[in-house]
Design a protein around this ligand. Sequence first.
Ligand SMILES: [Zn+2]
Length: 214
Amino acid sequence: MSIKRIRVYPDPMLRKKCRVVKRIDNKIITLSKDLVDTLVAAGGVGLAANQIGELSRIITLHMPEEVKPIILINPEITRKEGERNVVEGCLSLPGYEGLVKRSVVVSARWIDLNRSRYKVTKEELFAQALEHEIDHLNGILYTDHLLEHEKLKHAGLEQDHPHSHDVDMKITVQKDNDKSKEILESRLNFSKLYSDSSISQMQYELHNEGYFEK
Ligand SMILES: [Zn+2]
């Protein structure tokens, strides 16, 4: 299996809704193992299929206390309870973290590669990761849940440390009918983020500056 490139915001894949897995064939098995390998290499807690460019409802979670990551196919949240504020980051927004509202208790179900069914009720990091990764499958990023835009900050800085919201990044664009890749240098203005529709606002701005085809 192999380690894949993790798509970084504003890659359009991160805004796509993933499709339900109907048959567990070799393609799904390979994709699941690639997800695990990529997550382990990145050292993260969770990864969703569209983060490596595949639109199937598969996520992998690696809790710090567990030896191996688990694979969750067609994961669904069946119940949520309570609210809490937690600091969150994402492998698709490297170097940033923000304060978001998450549930205290999350019940979910899924199947694994052997079609075994799982039903769990979780709290803490597991609950947070379930919400975060299942959001990915629906094209939602944690930045959509930011409590205030000021809370998106460079990871590792103190709360009152002066920081810049803006970041230079390279965007790789591959057009459908063209094998060649174009790398665009861009400055993402995180300071223009808004708490309710931050990402769509930013995409709107990028579109209008001509970084993406409409
Ligand atoms: Zn993420």
